[in-house]
Design a protein around this ligand. Structure first.
Ligand code: 26Y
Length: 792
């Protein structure tokens, strides 16, 4: 099934063919968009055959299938990814020679598919790619949001959101499947075991082939779009009421209109519940339809199907699967028995405010039969554990706890890093863990090295291949073979040159997009992730202020030049995070314009951080900021991408940082701050923040400068709220960890003064983090959760 080669001339012919017959353009009049479409279709054609072969082989072998249900897939751009995995990037470049635009211009023209908020959505995308690379028969199921995550702009330093519009242009990577459509009901009434929905919409399938490394296998990401069941109300139309006539369609379409842009605070919105049920019901109907193509006994479902729930967002799958099985003749008890052998649940957060709970009123209104089933499941669980503590119920205080529902319905529950899994056992699910020991397992996250090294960092990828040969892309542990070469002059020079070239490219891009000049020889110190109090961008910007203050007191001192780079979006309704965004921009404006600093310190915050920007920033980074309050970051995956690209971490013992540090070695990681246990203890001290501030001259100076309005001269009171909260609340312990962070930054400066030592540390990070490939993670899910083996 290996991919046939294709020459540049053949690919060129294919591009010209699509330009002519698919786009209806001749080369003389084709736009960048036309060329991009023609190239995308030509590469997509190369995926179709392995895609068919994969499906055929799966049917022939009767292999068990994996289904990944997620409300988010943060896939980013597809063109370069497809070209990389097909091994056709060079061929594509040469195919375009003399025709018009360059391949990288086509890549730049593609909009990001931003169908996710952050880590959880990007993890789903990495998993899809690894599943295809490993040849696992798998489908992803999600929603084809018309508008992905909002675009971020800054106006006067404030975040402003505008709608994202990725589907305005044709999406060349999808196949519309109008014949694959399911009806999804809502509301209405229940009589016995039968539900008469009061409303319904259609879910129609849109398929994206996801091709694995070397094009050997391709799976399907099936995204559902909502459409009206009755397209137009003809009676109203004929009566002349055209707006009302179009209403059913507009109503239906709102379901797949927009991604919820909040990954922090859960808000019990009816539309969100409808989105979740819409995706889950369509997916489960589709899974059962496919199952019954070859099987007859629904009781054997677990032998052929494993379903993974990406957080609780698709947790309504428990009751929905039971409902669908009951429609096929199973009793409630039989249905529940099947469901709990098939479903598995991944937890991604311990933050109480991000845990989904639906009022029983809303659940009963939108999904009346599911509310009944949830109560029966609660009963069933209670009877099975008569001595259980009261508070593990699915329904508590008139709320449905989706975490408990997902746990109770799951074969396996997993955390996403070793520390996180321990905390899952000890905190949110302590009682359920006691009742079901062995159900919770760990699967430390990973990232795909194809996108995050091969595609994003060709300079380093080429050096790796030159040093250890081919094959590391799908066997990332082989990066260890770099280690003996790290001291070689040739390797060291080339490694340094690759990093430097990436930094020059980033510096140029920063200049073009923000107008800020940066020195490629400075430390590129990068914190990119959603803006959240627990991720402590505030601590980072306050420490930046401390550094600025020090430089001003001794402008001729021997300072190590730094470029502090921030990237990330705040949830639109998260006021505190928005203040932090504003503060970073205000600090940047003052520092960057300060002649006394003489360019030794720059602060850069390019707007609209997304997957593509990450691909640009990470290969050019010298320092990776992973500074969350210990116990709060479930895993992190950016931390892995940085280390893989030869970037040491400054970080706390949180999430996967712990495991990264174990692997790269403590001497190659800038550790600081309280441990998760110490955090819990510190919070018990009522005036911990005041004590910490009073003990730190540096922090007091910094807070004084901010409170005086030095960064907001037009509105001197602007940051009184931030400073006041630091003194009196500081739940995320910025004050308590500040001095330790500041000291760790000084250790970074000292280490940087020894260029050879720094570079060795950077290279050791690359050589020692092969473990964090998402291929390893998926193998873990296969062995410990899904009980599947690859078909090829
Ligand atoms: C329900 C709603 C408020 C909600 C929407 C999205 C809640 C959470 C989320 C997304 C959470 C998320 O992205 N979590 C991240 O998952 C990554 C992959 O496991 C982890 O690496 C990261 O630490 C975690 O914050």
């Amino acid at each position: 099934m290996a991919l046939d080669g294709i020459t540049p001339q053949e690919l060129r012919d294919a591009v010209l063919w699509h330009l002519t017959y698919t786009l209806g353009k001749d080369p003389g009049h084709a736009s960048l968009y036309d060329w991009r479409m023609a190239m995308s279709f030509s590469l997509r054609d190369r995926i179709v055959e392995p895609w068919f072969d994969s499906t055929r082989l799966t049917y022939e072998t009767g292999a068990k299938r994996v289904y990944y249900l997620s409300l988010e897939f943060l896939i980013g751009k597809m063109l370069n990814d497809a070209a990389t995995n097909l091994g056709l990037r060079d061929v594509a470049e040469r195919a375009l020679e003399g025709l018009g635009p360059r391949f990288d211009e086509l890549v730049a023209d593609e909009p990001d598919a931003a169908l996710g908020n952050g880590g959880l959505g990007r993890l789903a995308a990495c998993f899809m790619e690894s599943l295809a690379t490993l040849g696992v028969p798998a489908h992803g199921y999600g929603i084809r949001y018309e508008h992905g995550l909002f675009r971020q702009r800054f106006e006067g330093g404030r975040q402003v959101e505008t709608p994202e519009d990725w589907l305005k242009q044709k999406h060349p990577w999808e196949f519309e499947r109008p014949e694959v459509a399911y009806e999804i009901g809502f509301k209405g009434s229940v009589h016995g075991d039968s539900w008469s929905p009061g409303e319904s919409v259609m879910a129609t399938a849109h398929d994206m082939p996801i091709v694995g490394w070397q094009g050997k296998w391709a799976n399907t990401l099936r995204l559902w779009a909502a459409e009206s069941t009755n397209l137009l109300d003809l009676d109203r139309f004929n009566a002349g009421d055209y707006t009302a006539a179009a209403e059913p369609e507009a109503l239906a379409r709102t379901i797949s209109r927009v991604l919820y842009p909040d990954d922090t605070t859960y808000a019990g919105k009816e539309l969100r519940l409808k989105q979740e049920y819409f995706m889950v019901s369509a997916a489960l109907q589709d899974i059962l339809r496919r199952y019954f193509v070859t099987q007859t006994d629904p009781r054997q479902l677990h032998k052929h199907v494993a379903i993974q729930l990406n957080d609780t967002h698709p947790a309504i799958a428990g009751p929905e699967l039971i409902r669908l099985l009951m429609k096929r003749g199973l009793t409630f008890e039989e249905g529940a028995g099947v469901a709990e052998r098939v479903l598995n649940y991944t937890n991604h957060t311990l933050l109480p405010e991000a845990l989904e709970r639906w009022s029983t009123w809303l659940m009963g209104n939108v999904l009346p039969q599911h509310m009944d089933l949830i109560e029966r499941l609660d009963d069933r669980h209670r009877k099975a554990h008569p001595d259980r503590p009261k508070h593990v119920g699915i329904v508590q205080n008139n709320e449905v706890h989706m975490g408990n529902l997902a746990f109770i319905m799951a074969n396996k529950v997993n955390g996403v890093s070793a520390l996180h899994t321990d905390l899952v056992k000890e905190t949110v699910f302590a009682d359920l863990h006691a009742l079901h020991p062995g159900r919770i397992v760990n699967q430390t996250n990973g990232v795909t090295p194809r996108r995050w090294l091969k595609l994003a960092n060709p300079a380093l990828a080429t050096l790796i291949t030159d040093t250890i040969g081919e094959g590391w892309e799908a066997d990332l542990d082989r990066l260890q073979e770099l280690e003996p070469h790290i001291g070689d002059n040739g390797f060291a020079t080339a490694f340094g040159a690759a990093k430097r070239a990436n930094k020059v490219a980033l510096s140029n891009w920063i200049g073009e997009t923000t107008g800020i000049a940066t020195d490629p020889d400075a430390i590129f110190d990068i914190q990119i992730k959603r803006i959240h109090e627990y991720k402590r961008q505030l601590m980072n910007i306050l420490q930046t202020v401390a550094l600025w203050h020090r430089i001003r007191q001794d402008p001729d001192g021997d300072w190590v030049p730094r470029v502090k780079i921030f990237g990330g979006k705040s949830a639109p309704g998260y006021a505190v995070a928005k203040e932090i965004v504003h503060l970073i921009n205000d600090v940047a404006a003052v520092i960057n314009a300060d002649p006394q600093v003489k360019g030794l310190l720059k602060v850069v915050y390019p707007p609209n951080y997304n997957v593509s920007m990450a691909e640009r920033l990470i290969p050019a980074a010298d320092l990776s900021e992973q500074i969350s309050t210990a116990g709060k970051e479930a895993s992190g995956t950016g931390n892995m991408k940085f280390a893989l690209n030869g970037t040491p971490t400054i970080g706390t013992l949180d999430g996967a940082n712990v495991e990264i540090r174990e692997r790269v070695g403590a001497e190659n990681f800038f550790l600081f701050g309280m441990t998760a246990d110490e955090v819990v203890a510190r919070r018990r001290i009522p005036d911990h923040a005041r004590l910490a501030i009073e003990a730190s001259q540096t922090l007091r100076d910094v807070l004084q400068i901010v409170a005086e309005g030095r960064f907001s001269p037009d509105d001197p009171d602007r940051y009184h709220g931030i400073v006041d909260r630091m003194w009196h609340h500081d739940y995320f312990l910025v004050a308590s960890d500040f001095d330790a962070f500041d000291a760790a930054q000084s250790r970074v400066d000292s280490a940087w003064r020894d260029p050879a030592g720094w570079q060795r540390m950077a290279a050791l990070n690359t050589a020692r983090v092969g473990y964090f490939s998402s291929d390893r993670t998926i193998r873990g899910y296969m062995a410990d959760i899904w009980d599947v083996t690859p078909a090829s």
